[in-house]
Design a protein around this ligand. Structure first.
Ligand SMILES: [Zn+2]
Length: 203
């Protein structure tokens, strides 16, 4: 997949002025976009966060996951040292909002996030990282430091030609409602996180 820059504007946020960049050429027809802080795309190895859309977490700070916290943490880091946020419009790990809410219904009776998707006959994770790699290439970035706890994300980007020369871990945001979600991330998806019951924001 080859994408090209479409438009780039100065975008004013509480985290400072970012560049809001849009693109042409996505095969999946989604409107993925990039927020670039401190012209990080011009650096040799910018810090990058690939964030998949989560309306419940990003917009409403849902207690069911840690997406909103991770997004805010990334923006906070980027406001201080620069970086690139790739905001991927693949809600619910790619299965969509309604399916995610169906899965939440199963999780409310104690079934973990991955098992719930299996019961609904949904893929555990249908996120596609090719558009993210294509966006980086469109802005001339081929080597990055990845802000993530997820080794699979690094492998997925490398598969599409991006060199991930190092990873910087994010914080872990524990809440009463998201313990099972975090546990599944750690045990089933191999996320590099420590979870301590009864504590908060343990890195
Ligand atoms: Zn979420």
């Amino acid at each position: 997949m080859k994408v090209s820059k479409r438009k780039c504007i100065d975008f004013h946020t509480p985290y400072g002025i970012a560049k809001f960049m849009t693109f042409n050429g996505f095969i999946d027809k989604h409107e993925h976009f990039a927020l670039i802080f401190m012209n990080a795309h011009l650096r040799e190895k910018p810090l990058v966060r690939v964030h998949s859309e989560c309306i419940t977490g990003d917009v409403f700070n849902s207690e069911h996951c840690d997406c909103g916290n991770q997004l805010n943490e990334a923006l906070d880091i980027f406001s201080k040292i620069g970086g690139i946020l790739l905001y991927m419009r693949q809600e619910g790990r790619g299965v969509g909002l309604y399916n995610k809410i169906d899965a939440y219904a199963l999780q409310s009776v104690g079934i973990d996030t991955f098992a719930a998707n299996r019961m609904l006959d949904l893929p555990e994770d249908s996120r596609d990282f090719e558009p993210a790699a294509a966006m980086l290439k469109a802005m001339g970035v081929e080597r990055i430091e990845l802000l993530s706890n997820n080794p699979d994300k690094s492998l997925a980007l490398e598969k599409f030609g991006i060199v991930v020369s190092s990873m910087r871990n994010t914080s872990v945001f524990q809440k009463e409602k998201n313990m099972n979600y975090l546990q599944a991330k750690k045990e089933i998806s191999g996320h590099q996180i420590n979870i301590k019951r009864g504590t908060k924001n343990e890195a």
